[in-house]
Design a protein around this ligand. Structure first.
Ligand SMILES: Nc1nc2c(c(=O)[nH]1)N=C([C@H](O)[C@H](O)COP(=O)(O)OP(=O)(O)OP(=O)(O)O)CN2
Ligand code: ZN
Length: 148
């Protein structure tokens, strides 16, 4: 596992947890303007989740690292992202659902936060980093209004 430094997200919480994972997945961007990325190709995505909160659960966790891995890695590892319900695979689909790095990062935030919303200690996912290639990554940071 690659150990890297990530962009810091300012937040007011006492605890901050980070979970890294690698996901081997294929995708394509179904738009002529995507150039070579319109062809199916694969990446080893590097994902970093940042979770923050003031309170721990009754195990002493902000959230179990395994829960985070289950939500993201189990769902997407060794898949074609375009075949997942979360993403579009046709040029006529909304560009907002194409599995670009930006949309993948936002989608992962939505999935992780909806899992965290089930917890009584109410942790928040304050940053999702998705690295698609050694030279390209996106950081997604939710706004206050994005939380329930
Ligand atoms: N804003 C975005 N631009 C691009 C995305 C994206 O998701 N968001 N995706 C791609 C391609 O899918 C591609 O996988 C990554 O492109 P790129 O970084 O250009 O890859 P290269 O290896 O060719 O880049 P080098 O500069 O040679 O390292 C394209 N754009
Ligand atoms: Zn790609």
């Amino acid at each position: 596992m690659l150990h890297q430094f990530y962009p810091q997200v300012p937040h007011p919480y006492r605890f901050e947890l980070n979970k890294d994972m690698h996901i081997a997945a294929a995708h394509f961007i179904p738009a002529r303007s995507a150039g070579k990325c319109a062809n199916i190709h694969g990446h080893t995505y590097v994902i970093n989740l940042t979770i923050a909160g003031d309170d721990l659960d009754n195990t002493g966790f902000l959230v179990n690292f395994k829960t985070l891995k289950d939500v993201v890695h189990k769902r997407f590892d060794h898949t074609l992202l375009n075949e997942d319900d979360q993403f579009g695979s046709e040029e006529e689909d909304s560009a907002d659902t194409f599995p670009t790095t930006e949309v993948v990062a936002r989608t992962i935030w939505q999935m992780v936060q909806s899992e965290l919303d089930k917890k009584q200690n109410k942790p928040r996912c304050v940053q999702v980093l998705v690295r698609e290639t050694p030279t390209s990554y996106v950081v997604y940071r939710p706004k206050e209004g994005d939380f329930r």
